[in-house]
Design a protein around this ligand. Structure first.
Ligand SMILES: [Zn+2]
Ligand SMILES: [Zn+2]
Length: 66
């Protein structure tokens, strides 16, 4: 899971997005209408990995915003 590529620091890239941190946090906390978990529980392909060591048992593999 380690990234070998060297981009500029994440915080620098986030600053370039011109998106307030509060909006980013709100975005990642948005609930999935399929399984009810937050977006942040889903991996980059949209598959839900569950939360707090509990796997997602809905089989959600595509994050769907509410
Ligand atoms: Zn889920
Ligand atoms: Zn989901």
């Amino acid at each position: 899971m380690s990234e070998k590529k060297h981009h500029s620091s994440l915080h620098v890239r986030i600053e370039k997005l011109d998106v307030p941190m509060s909006e980013l946090i709100g975005y990642f906390r948005g609930k999935c209408s399929k399984c009810g978990h937050q977006r942040i529980a889903h991996d980059d392909s949209g598959k839900c990995e569950g939360v707090m060591n509990k796997p997602c048992n809905s089989g959600c593999d595509n994050y769907v915003p509410e």
